[in-house]
Design a protein around this ligand. Sequence first.
Ligand SMILES: NC(=O)c1ccc[n+]([C@@H]2O[C@H](COP(=O)([O-])OP(=O)(O)OC[C@H]3O[C@@H](n4cnc5c(N)ncnc54)[C@H](O)[C@@H]3O)[C@@H](O)[C@H]2O)c1
Length: 332
Amino acid sequence: MGTKRTLVVGVGSIGERHVRCFQRTGRATLSICEVNENLCREIAERYQISQRWTSFEAALNHEHDLAVISTPAHLHVPMATRLAQHGIDLLIEKPLSTSLAGIDVLTSEIDRHDCMAAVAYVWRAHPMFQAVKRAIDSGRFGAPLNLIGVSGQHFPTYRPAYRDTYYTQHTTGGGAIQDAMTHLLNMGESLAGPISELVADAGHLALAGVEVEDTVHVLTRHGSVMGSYQLNQHQTPNETSVTVVCEQGAVRFEPHRGRWRWMTERGGSWSDESCELERDDMFVNQANALLDTLADKRPLLCTFAEGLQTLRVNLAVLRSVESRSWQSLEAD
Ligand SMILES: NC(=O)c1ccc[n+]([C@@H]2O[C@H](COP(=O)([O-])OP(=O)(O)OC[C@H]3O[C@@H](n4cnc5c(N)ncnc54)[C@H](O)[C@@H]3O)[C@@H](O)[C@H]2O)c1
């Protein structure tokens, strides 16, 4: 099998990581498209990339097998639609978009040109998350009943440029709901099925220099499974945990400790399995999983349909915060 000609569109914070991590697979030949000329040149030099463009239309004039869309979220759908029209397979960064505008056209272009399309909810590439999902899907702990997701991070420490990026506005994919809570909700949907109803509260409590929400609480129903999620982007600990209480035990994913754990005896102790992982490793896993799908049609980690479902959830969370009311996704 030859390497896949892989175009990364937008090489800011996450796009550069995709360049590095696709290169690390040894299975992709990279090219880049970035409107910021200095950044485009810098990244091309840093990763010894010979093909680079500062205009999306110019990049479209060349042949690519795969494109990784790493621009701000309001650009994902128009760019994905143009790429699909050229028959190029797609990995689209999360969130899929900031609205449902253009989704029908994109879906029909993906179908018409028989493109593969995945959404980059990267936690699904974490081996310990995959262990949790396998355990739950196998029925080892019985049916899920209740899901509790808790996450927090000091955003200025990890993303110091947040005041100058898409993060400042909802319309470009900003705020804690579309930026970070969407990861937690997508993990919940992967483990407990699609969210059917939700109610949410959110506010701006601490992040300097922006007005978007930095703290979010969401109560969900995934059919009969009840969920509760909370997240902020200003606390000092950098911690995430997703607990699924099942009929015959509880299961927990704790990426900050690189482990998953389970408890089946009432009031007993946890059993743990862990692995050592650098942050890039998840992205290398995600890239390899995608290239595996292209090679032998193995299932995608997060399909376009699953990314679209989580987009509907993001939008329902935003509506719920605005209207202070429950939202049904079944009516969407
Ligand atoms: N999966 C993750 O863990 C993760 C982490 C961070 C960001 N993201 C997502 O990735 C996306 C990008 O986030 P980021 O933090 O890298 O943002 P960023 O602002 O650092 O980078 C975006 C880049 O896109 C470029 N760009 C804008 N318009 C363009 C165009 N028309 N053609 C080519 N390039 C263009 C910008 O110049 C910029 O360099 C967002 O949707 C964000 O939510 C995902």
